[in-house]
Design a protein around this ligand. Structure first.
Ligand SMILES: [Zn+2]
Length: 372
């Protein structure tokens, strides 16, 4: 099979022929039809996670995976109803199954977990062995494509969990404002969940690219604010003009840059809640006194569990999610990793292996946007 693999940090992926993986009795062999390209892949190549998660080389990136079942191990229970040819997505966090987090279903925060795309096999290769418990079947009658589905397993999942935490914090409602910070790969989904989960709150997207903000608007944001080279006072003024509020009750940060987190807390209302899902920076640096005296709540929120993903797929099947996908042929992975590094991908770039008929002119990916 073809695979794009890391043989070390800080070097381009090597596109090569490698043996097709064998499967264990409890596994399914998945033919990857689409793999989302995540900023995490760039960070992994750059060594960002080196100290937390040392990689065994060669490693195959790609943790946003959708595809079809090629083969089924003989210990996969019939009750799963999985069959060869089924369209499936992969819940990417595989815990040890024994710890407290795994017992309550949060395998993505298991301390002994493993993830496809951070080890030998990943979505940048044509086949991946997957334990049957981590597959979610998508009925073909919904006409969802693998390119649309793959990003839902991370970009389209992570902000969903974050916004659920804000909802649980009780800061969403008709007289409230929810800010979505960043309108990149995660943000374009975040604005949609913001509308779906926020019980009538006004949703404001903050970003630095008019082109990306236009997509956020199209995807349901009530207002968008371009923050490039603007002072907090300016931004606050625009927020007030747009919403009638000078502060936001809740924020989901899809960026993670130090200055964007600072901006978010600067705009946060008393007793507001903030959820961080973005990981672009490395430190959080916010003033302590307002944090305490105004009773802010800060949630870390990491990826999503199997149930979160099932809910996202249910939204997709009912046609409630808009997809903005850029189609990337396998041969062009490295060039597109560079675009991703520069922030020049609009929506989600998705790798395909060109096994189906020419996909470039399909309606579903007509929104495929060119690099800015
Ligand atoms: Zn565990």
């Amino acid at each position: 099979m073809r695979a794009a693999r890391m043989h070390g940090y800080n070097q381009p992926l090597v596109l090569e022929e490698v043996p097709t993986p064998e499967i264990a009795p409890n596994e399914v062999l998945l033919r990857v039809e689409a793999a989302g390209m995540c900023r995490t892949d760039v960070q992994m190549i750059d060594g960002y996670f080196k100290d937390y998660l040392p990689l065994p080389f060669p490693a195959t990136p790609g943790h946003e995976i959708a595809g079809s079942i090629e083969a089924i191990g003989n210990a996969v229970p019939a009750s799963t109803n999985l069959a060869v040819g089924d369209l499936v997505v992969v819940a990417g966090a595989w815990g040890d199954g024994t710890c407290r987090q795994c017992r309550v279903g949060d395998e993505q925060i298991c301390a002994h977990g493993k993830w496809p795309g951070f080890s030998e096999y990943g979505g940048y290769g044509e086949f991946v062995p997957v334990p049957f418990r981590y597959l979610i079947k998508v009925d073909r009658k919904y006409n969802l494509t693998a390119e649309e589905l793959a990003p839902l397993t991370d970009a389209g999942l992570t902000p969903y969990r974050g916004i659920k935490k804000l909802r649980q914090a009780g800061v969403l409602g008709p007289d409230r404002v929810l800010g979505v910070l960043g309108v990149g790969g995660l943000g374009v989904y975040a604005v949609q969940y913001a509308k779906l989960l926020s019980s009538g709150a006004q949703v404001v997207a903050f970003g630095r690219s008019d082109e990306k903000l236009a997509i956020a608007k199209e995807n349901g944001a009530d207002h968008v604010i371009n923050t490039r080279d603007r002072s907090i006072a300016d931004i606050r003024g625009e927020l007030s003009k747009a919403t009638g509020h000078t502060e936001i009750d809740a924020a989901i940060d899809c960026v993670g840059a130090e200055d964007y987190i600072q901006m978010g807390f600067n705009l946060l209302a008393t007793a507001g809640a903030f959820a961080s899902v973005g990981l672009v920076g490395t430190r959080i640096n916010i003033p302590l006194f307002p944090f305490v005296a105004r009773e802010f709540t800060y949630h870390g929120s990491f990826w999503g569990n199997y149930s979160d993903l099932s809910e996202v797929i249910a939204f997709a099947q009912s046609g409630k999610i808009k997809h903005t996908v850029k189609h990337v042929p396998f041969e062009e992975i490295n060039e597109n990793l560079e675009l991703l590094r520069a922030g020049d991908i609009v929506g989600r770039a998705v790798v395909t292996f060109g096994t189906a008929t020419d996909r470039s002119d399909r309606k579903e990916i007509a929104k495929d946007a060119t690099a800015s």
